[in-house]
Design a protein around this ligand. Structure first.
Ligand code: SF4
Length: 210
């Protein structure tokens, strides 16, 4: 099977398993998603959602994040790992968005990656989930693992994996592919004990015997 055909088959099968793919991070505004995505680095989405449930009620505008007293803001997210840096990045991003981007979270990759704490993966998450823009494919630990196990990429470097996936995936599917692989990685193709026998991709997966 050609890589493009295989990819098409993977998307078709995963869409059956996860008919309404969307990010597990809760948010109502693009800035809330930006904050949640920064908080989610090396933290579970479930824990981030628990913290942001209170956070989003307390801080209701980008200005509120920018103006918060740093000590108090850090305390609000202190149950999350690396909260010190994450707090600094969220507040610095809020300030920059107000000063440089007219108080709106940017809608381009080029501008988004100028924000503190926002690299390509976070920018892809924001563009697709907040603005429905397919600019790239967010590669996290699940996407990296599944891309390799499924034989879609042969790299460990997220940028190279993203390029490999973009080459064989129709642009309209970029955002969904990332979410589908993440959902499948969490539920079935887990890092330590992948549930091969329960997997919808068993028939076409070169790693089903690992
Ligand atoms: S068959 Fe196994 S290794 Fe392949 S995608 Fe499914 S769970 Fe992962």
């Amino acid at each position: 099977m050609k890589p493009q055909e295989k990819l098409k088959e993977i998307i078709k099968k995963l869409k059956k398993e996860y008919p309404e793919p969307k990010t597990a991070l809760n948010f109502k505004t693009p800035f809330e998603l930006l904050a949640a995505a920064i908080l989610s680095a090396q933290t579970t989405d479930a824990h981030v959602n628990k913290v942001t449930e209170k956070l989003f009620k307390k801080y209701k505008s980008i200005k509120a994040y920018a103006d918060a007293i740093p000590y108090a803001f850090k305390k609000d997210i202190s149950s999350i790992n690396f909260y010190n840096n994450k707090a600094k990045n969220i507040q610095a991003s809020a300030k920059k968005i107000i000063e440089r981007f007219n108080s709106s979270v940017p809608k381009t990759m080029e501008q988004l990656i100028t924000l503190p704490g926002v690299a390509r993966k976070t920018a892809n998450i924001i563009l697709f989930n907040a603005y429905n823009i397919n600019e790239g494919i967010a590669v996290d630990t699940h996407v990296r693992r599944l891309a390799n196990r499924l034989g879609l990429a042969e790299n460990e470097d997220p940028v190279k994996i993203e390029n490999d996936l973009m080459e064989i995936t129709p642009k309209k599917d970029w955002g969904n592919l990332s979410i589908l692989l993440i959902l499948h990685g969490r539920k079935v193709c887990q890092a330590k004990k992948p549930k091969h026998k329960e997997c919808a991709l068993y028939d076409i997966c070169p790693s089903r015997d690992i």
